[in-house]
Write a protein that binds this ligand. Structure first.
Ligand code: HEC
Length: 211
């Protein structure tokens, strides 16, 4: 029996995949009133615990007098650790799903894909052209919501040995950061895309591509 119980505890610890979205919830319920939300905006007298490990959290819960009444399960501590790794990513889970194809109807020919998950993480691509009329696509990544209607991130250019003549070679892919972007949404279907690419800044009205 005893061996079984120990096995069950080990299995429970291994089986738990830390969930930063749940961790944000536990944090808001149990920590935010002293440590602030997000933790970067901490209250006086508490440290900024962004990036602190589960070990540090366990130590604090056991030893810091102000925290002795706070109770978290081992699994919840792992969730909070996952949330504390990058709390700004979970700052605003926008109430609107902006996932779509976006364009500027006055400038048909270029556009943007934008995909958003319930935990607020996003990824996008910009498909535009260079000075030689060649199509270019850029990856919009590293995104952070700075408020429920504004997301900012970095622009990467990917390059690879392309399809012709020998097919795609995954080992040849390289990426480099060439700028940054922000999208300020005016409402659920319109916004302004601002980006810098290779040092040049652009600002364009965009809207969902209806078809
Ligand atoms: C009642 C207020 C209060 C609450 C609630 C609280 N803390 Fe704290 N916490 C503190 C204070 C005060 C300190 C700093 C103590 C010091 O520096 O002596 C601290 C320090 C810490 C530290 C730093 C320990 C170290 O190793 O330096 C961690 C990690 C921490 N808290 C995590 C948490 C987490 C996670 C929660 C929620 C589950 C939480 N705290 C809830 C008041 C609180």
């Amino acid at each position: 029996m005893r061996a079984l119980a120990i096995l069950a505890i080990v299995a429970a610890n291994i089986a738990h995949a830390a969930d930063p979205v749940a961790g944000k919830f536990w944090y808001e319920q149990n920590c935010a009133r002293c440590h602030g939300s997000p933790p970067q905006e901490r209250q006086a007298g508490t440290p900024n615990i962004t990036g602190f490990s589960a070990d540090r959290i366990r130590g604090a819960l056991a030893n810091i007098p102000a925290m002795v009444k706070v109770n978290l399960t081992p699994a919840q501590i792992l969730d909070v650790e996952a949330y504390l790794r990058a709390p700004l990513q979970y700052l605003w889970a926008p109430g609107i799903d902006f996932s779509d194809l976006w364009w500027n109807p006055a400038e048909s020919g270029w556009g943007m894909t934008f995909t958003q998950r319930p935990n607020a993480s996003t990824v996008g691509t910009l498909y535009i052209y260079d000075a030689e009329r060649k199509p270019v696509w850029l990856l919009m990544t590293g995104a952070v919501w700075v408020n429920p209607l504004e997301v900012r991130g970095v622009l990467l250019r990917a390059a690879a040995n392309g399809f012709p003549p020998t097919g795609f070679n995954a080992n040849s892919v390289t990426t480099s950061q060439i700028g940054s972007f922000s999208i300020v949404f005016a409402d659920h279907r319109r916004g302004t895309l601002t980006f810098t690419a290779d040092g040049v800044a652009y600002s364009k009205p965009i809207e969902r591509l209806a078809f």
